[in-house]
Design a protein around this ligand. Sequence first.
Ligand code: BES
Ligand code: MN
Ligand code: MN
Length: 455
Amino acid sequence: MNDVLTFLEANRQAHRDELFAFLRIPSVSAQSDHKQDVRHCAEWLRDAMTAVGLDARVMDTVGHPVVLGEWRGAGPNAKTVLIYGHYDVQPAEPLELWDSPPFEPVVRGGRIYARGSVDDKGQLYLHLKAIEAHMRVRGRLPINVIVLAEGEEEIGSDHLAPFVEQHAELLKCDAVVISDSAMFAPGIPSILSSLRGLAYFQIDVEGPATDLHSGSYGGAVVNPATALARIIASFHDRDGHIAIPHFYDSVREWDAAVRQQMRDLPFQEEHFRLETGAPALGGELGHTTLERIWTRPTCEVNGLLSGYTGEGAKTVLPAKAMAKVSCRLVPDQDPAEIERLIQTHVDRVAPSGVKVTVTFLHGGKPWRANLTGPIYDTARAALKTAFNREPVITGEGGSIPVVGDFARVLNAPVLLIGFGLPGENAHAPNEWISVENFERGAIAIASLWDEYASR
Ligand code: BES
Ligand code: MN
Ligand code: MN
């Protein structure tokens, strides 16, 4: 192993410079203005994969392209691993809140600041560098690898499940490995045991044909903003439980041992609160903060729009109101089933006098790991090598939509080992990845392949 680690050590600066080039490409999947940047980023990534010794190509989908790299030189009797990541990034707005421009990466205080640094370009790139270390030093890897990088994760991965189904034979593997999450705390390597799923929808409430004088009409015409507020208020009861009938029907109990491990983590509630800047924490009655985030479903308003919101007062009865809402789901909730429940519920509670429409934008299945088998045993060993510490088992409140599809279509275990850190500002201004984690992550992954091959 030492030879490979020496290569990574000797090339730290070069690897960081290369990552910077990756980060300079504004591959924002959500914004059509950036469509060409997304494609350019895919082509850049294909060339980076080729440079580390993979057979790489850009593959078109109905949406943004997939980049696929393969090396199968270990032969048919060796294990095959599928590495997944995403090269698209979230929009950088609001730009004025960044301390340095989002697509001009800089190192400050041991952190690389840029949009996509931790989510997920930095974490994807460290996988390429781990592959390169093996290839350069030994001319080969001890396992076969497939690297699958998508350009639509941040907009819901709509075209990836069909892609995986269509190319199931090509993607056949013994394990899927993903670095697109965070460690529990600095210096504590972590293995992720669950992801939440998602059902994202928009509610439109339409009332009068145009905005009306709220004196001349108010009280006699149903106010769309008030109607929408009533609908939203009906989503929860006073204890923070979701009040949509049958919402919890398919929630599966958490394994007692995993729950105990979660309770044993050194979690500091007040530290977490301070990090959010909120005056107090709050959520579903009867659950701890980590349980609320990792093990319970939610229903969150993501955006609200109605009426006059400019300077001063304007007496107006708005013609319409709109809300974006998303439910995070836990095993075995199914996004399609949840959509039906929401539609039925909204139809039932919608006040008369307005027209209410629910539009579903995207969904993703929740996922829970089984945490046993060779890839997990190996991951524990490799993380210990890189971080000098036993890893902990964590959960996650976020979603990676394709993970459930990998498990289902490829029938392979999925290992999620991320190298982000709490406070990394993913999706927010001033996103960063720790330089140390970028480097140790590559070491951990490089050792993972040696250890996995020997099991
Ligand atoms: N890398 C995240 C998922 C994640 C979030 C992992 C937090 C660990 C911690 C991923 O890029 C992401 O942001 N997913 C979206 C998915 C959505 C757009 C379908 C999410 O969770 O909101
Ligand atoms: Mn991500
Ligand atoms: Mn993300």
